[in-house]
Ligand binder design. Sequence first.
Ligand SMILES: NC(=O)C1=CN([C@@H]2O[C@H](COP(=O)(O)OP(=O)(O)OC[C@H]3O[C@@H](n4cnc5c(N)ncnc54)[C@H](OP(=O)(O)O)[C@@H]3O)[C@@H](O)[C@H]2O)C=CC1
Ligand SMILES: CC(C)=CCC[C@@H](C)[C@H]1CC[C@H]2C3=C(CC[C@]12C)[C@@]1(C)CCC(=O)C[C@@H]1CC3
Length: 345
Amino acid sequence: MKKAVLVTGANSGIGLALCERLLCQDAEIQLCLACRNMQRAEAARTALLVSHSDAHITLLHLDVGSVSSVLKAAQEVKMRYNRLDSLYLNAGIMPNPQVDIKALLKGLFSSKVIHMFATAEGLLTQHDHVNSDGLQEVFATNLFGHFLLVRELEPVLCQPGHTSRLIWTSSSNARRTTFSLSDIQHQKGAEPYSSSKYASDLLSLALNRHYNDQGLYSSVVCPGLVMTNLTYGILPSFFWTLIMPVMWLIRVFTNTFTLTPYNGAEALIWLFLQNPESLDPRAKYHSLTSGFGNNYTQPRKMDIDEDMSEALYEQLLELESKVRKKVKKEEEDPRVHEQYLHQTE
Ligand SMILES: NC(=O)C1=CN([C@@H]2O[C@H](COP(=O)(O)OP(=O)(O)OC[C@H]3O[C@@H](n4cnc5c(N)ncnc54)[C@H](OP(=O)(O)O)[C@@H]3O)[C@@H](O)[C@H]2O)C=CC1
Ligand SMILES: CC(C)=CCC[C@@H](C)[C@H]1CC[C@H]2C3=C(CC[C@]12C)[C@@]1(C)CCC(=O)C[C@@H]1CC3
């Protein structure tokens, strides 16, 4: 039976490299690229077909930051597939990032320098905003849209007698102190990216608790620091090229500077090859690259607890029920959405 695999954010960076590597691993898979921009999705499909001309690759329009788009895309997936074997929750954003140069210089001369390069702790802030659904954009894209997608795809992910897997692209930047159960969307702070990634770590644990008995298993991955559109949004590409020798040197000490999307996809591919039942729900699987350029995957315990993950899960269910009610009202009377937008302005 051919495996069906769906990847969100598949048109560039780690998502695209993952698709390439999945096809090298199993040329028979039915691969679905779920992207918000169909031109970029088509370009990615064309690029993949150059090296895998017989591959079965379809496109799906999905803006994971929009509730209506997620619901529509999920309907389409349920029409196309009886079963999904793997769902990669990879799409992610880091809008308007700011590097704290002072903290970077100070960190360079401290004993925590390696930790700083591996996690970016204390170095990065972002400016987030409210989207057209009235949700914080980073939360909506990196976490909530994916949660809603999983919930909607339950019938194709939870098939009797089969196991399916969810694989979240999390980050080493995920930090407990940036996340709060009283502000899960991170409306108040300046580190929405870290908060959303920490929330995905918590959510993965909760999903395992609620869905393992239905054959659905969830894991989280950290791809390391990878040169992609996301990192080119932090510093310009010419700067990264300029400091590449320094980064190769840093890689010798941390192994977390995977640097290329191919290397960053290592743990995502490794998980694809494992029996999901054998995986540790409390581990984050890290893509690592040694100083000699060898790739490997290493599980590391996450700083998460059951109570917090359950509390987040309950809040997400509540929010899901609210947005579903709103969508239903809007379907009945489109003016509700306009009124709603005026209220959130
Ligand atoms: N690069 C790094 O160092 C690290 C990255 N990560 C994570 O890896 C994942 C992939 O990012 P990366 O490859 O680096 O960066 P890219 O920007 O190259 O890839 C992000 C992908 O997500 C897509 N995307 C963004 N917003 C949406 C949306 N609303 N709906 C659908 N698709 C969307 C982008 O589409 P589009 O082209 O249309 O923008 C793009 O395909 C992210 O979750 C990121 O947080 C984690 C740790 C480190
Ligand atoms: C000399 C040198 C390498 C300078 C770059 C300093 C910083 C811009 C980087 C140091 C650690 C990096 C990092 C990320 C972004 C760029 C840095 C802050 C991420 C936050 C990118 C997205 C992630 O999910 C995790 C990364 C951790 C490390």
